[in-house]
Design a protein around this ligand. Structure first.
Ligand SMILES: [Zn+2]
Length: 114
């Protein structure tokens, strides 16, 4: 039996992202997870969320092995149209499924409707 895949909750973080996530959570005492947004240009956006799905940190943008984000992002601030993947990385222990779904719907769900 294969479980149906849930793209928003089963994305796997990359090594470089994990280091950023840890740093963000360390600086965000209320954070229970980090929203990870990957853009088509290779830049990333991340922000911690608290248990109510409210932002628990500033939005951080970065680009692997680069001093700054790319020109496109500097212009459009990582426009939603260029997002390729968006998911929440939960802190351990993960909140229960209802909480996760509520927060995902609040943080991600609204913006995926066209
Ligand atoms: Zn970029």
């Amino acid at each position: 039996m294969k479980q149906p895949t849930k793209p928003t909750s089963q994305q796997v973080t990359e090594k470089s992202e994990e280091a950023m996530i840890e740093g963000i959570l360390e600086g965000s005492p209320d954070g229970i997870g980090v929203v990870v947004v990957r853009l088509d240009c290779g830049c990333r956006k991340m922000a911690a969320v608290d248990k109510n799905g409210e932002p628990a940190s500033k939005v951080i943008m970065y680009r692997d092995s680069a001093l700054s984000i790319c020109d496109k992002c500097q212009k459009d601030n990582g426009a939603f149209a260029r997002v390729t993947v968006e998911f929440i990385h939960w802190m351990k222990p993960e909140p229960d499924e209802t909480t996760r779904q509520t927060i995902e719907a609040k943080v991600i769900g609204i913006r995926t409707t066209h």
